[in-house]
Design a protein around this ligand. Sequence first.
Ligand code: B12
Ligand code: SF4
Length: 497
Amino acid sequence: MNILLLSMPDSFEHMPTVGIRMPNGALTSLAGNIDPHHQVVVADLILVPKRVRETVTRLVRETQPDVVGLSIMTFQRNTALKIIELVRFLKADVHIAVGGYDPSLAVEAYARQDSSADFVVRGEGEFTFSELLRAIENGRGYSSIEGLSFRNGREFVHNPDRHVSRIERDEIRPPKRGARVLKGYTLIGRPVDVIETSRGCTYDCSFCSIIEMRGRNFYTYNLDRVIDDIRDAYDYGARAIFIIDDNITLDVRRFESLCQAIVDAGLNKIDYTVQAMTSAMANHGKTLAPLMRHAGFRYVFLGIENILEDDLKFLRAKSKNEERAHGRVVGNATLKAIEYIHRSNMYVVGGLIVGNPDDTRESIQANLEFARRHIDWPYIQHPTPYPRTPMTKDFQERGLIVNERLEEYDGTTAVVRSEHLSAEEIEFMRWQAERQMKTKHMPAALFHSPAFVLRNALKMLAHTYRGSSWKSLLGMEDQQQVFERYRVLRRAERAYV
Ligand code: B12
Ligand code: SF4
């Protein structure tokens, strides 16, 4: 059969497509794990945000798919529903399957009478999708496929969940990068790819969707497979790699072995970016950070979340931010983690969450000031009530959710207020502080990728400062007016289809 797999074009404020366009790791993993006789095509629509309709139309005409699969996050739901309608219009008899975080955690949104989706693959997709294709091909029923919800006449049937796979033992085959048909992946000028070394996390931060998605567990791939995967990405042209693991720092010894294996394989000429816990970096950074640098790591995304104890408690992120000595908690790990990363000449992408229920102007300022002083690239977000997270329940119970437009659930639009501040006030504070922080990192980017930055500097600055005018740059216009213009522009950008 012909299979067309699509990821959504909606992008996020901190990942402006002028400098960052990353492939979706799920789709190539699905493509690598279906029966080999199928013809599969993967298209990441983030590469064509202004040509979504034309691209989908062309791909459906060219590939004549029997099955179209879409990978969807919550803030991409509206775009996805429009693409589903377009695909159904172009090919009425096509089977449409959806998967990823949003369909898994909000099945009802796709099971509605007016939705054209036929199947929802809940949770991990490799085995469920592969079995689904066999069932479609052979005309068998769907009721024995675990992890699948399917349309049956007027109703949607939900089969039992599938167990989380022990990825190594269950033999998930490597991703199939050759299935991608669109070009232009980049991380500030370097062709970028994604790889995974593990799945899952044993923590339970209240804002994170992962626990509802797969429970608290951590399974790893064998390091030989990981090295082969990195080499495959390199052979396909990648010179930067984003490691998409939920939490690779749960096993620091293994992470250190991976760094050594990367060096031994001569793959340390690639720039790596990884997400890390502050506690792991603070408690093991002395040995881990130099090894990471040696292996080619450049950006470390630190889940700082917040620098205030009360906020960390609300976010249930206290324990992953603790510094320990002799088996005892001796303080907050953040500064020490940052120090180790900087000492090894790597950059900190600082993940912070501001606008929590009890936040005041002062508590938000304290976090923004911290970011200004200590981090290299801000990844500051507002708490966002994604389906079924514990945080969503807290916000609902306190009546603090003020915006139900899901396309704005992108992390940088404040959709909840605090007890003391409106959502607009919270977003304005973050927006204003972040623009300067981003500009501060430009020289480092210029030094690393001069040709790309020189060619795109104006576009990058224009993105960061959109909404500004000559008057505002000269200080003759109120920043609040600039913010209003920025919000209008941002809203317009969300019309992808
Ligand atoms: C890596 C990652 C990123 C990378 C993405 C790199 C890339 N291009 O792949 C970066 C840093 C860029 C990123 C950014 C964002 N992310 Co992110 N990210 C993750 C993370 C850590 C891992 C996702 C991943 O690739 N896993 C590995 C793959 C193999 O697993 P998977 O995606 O789950 O796919 C499996 C199944 O879901 C299913 N499946 C998926 N798609 C499909 C499609 C079909 C047809 C089928 C059948 C099955 C299927 O099968 C797959 C294989 O088993 C998750 C989870 C987490 N722990 O927090 C968050 C997560 C997905 N991100 C999230 C969000 C919100 C974002 C941002 C909006 C902002 C943010 N909070 O950082 C931006 C938006 C990005 C954009 N489009 O502009 C949320 C989504 C919440 C939701 N309910 O929608 C998550 C869950 C984190 C959270 N807050 O809880 N992210
Ligand atoms: S440590 Fe990271 S991956 Fe784990 S639950 Fe918290 S936010 Fe999610």
